[in-house]
Design a protein around this ligand. Structure first.
Ligand SMILES: [Zn+2]
Length: 49
């Protein structure tokens, strides 16, 4: 009875370290579509109507 439970989606596009497109700094994105760090997102928030 030695079942392996290595069926974790560790390679899924979830929270992982990415590089911000604006400041080029590394940040931890919460999802795949997030490519801008939270800092820049705040400053860029006003740009999105
Ligand atoms: Zn940034």
């Amino acid at each position: 009875m030695a079942y392996k439970t290595d069926t974790q989606n560790e390679n899924k596009t979830e929270a992982r370290e990415r590089r911000c497109l604006m400041c080029r700094e590394r940040f931890e994105s919460e999802w795949a579509g997030e490519r801008i760090c939270k800092r820049c997102r705040q400053t860029a928030a006003w740009r999105q109507g």
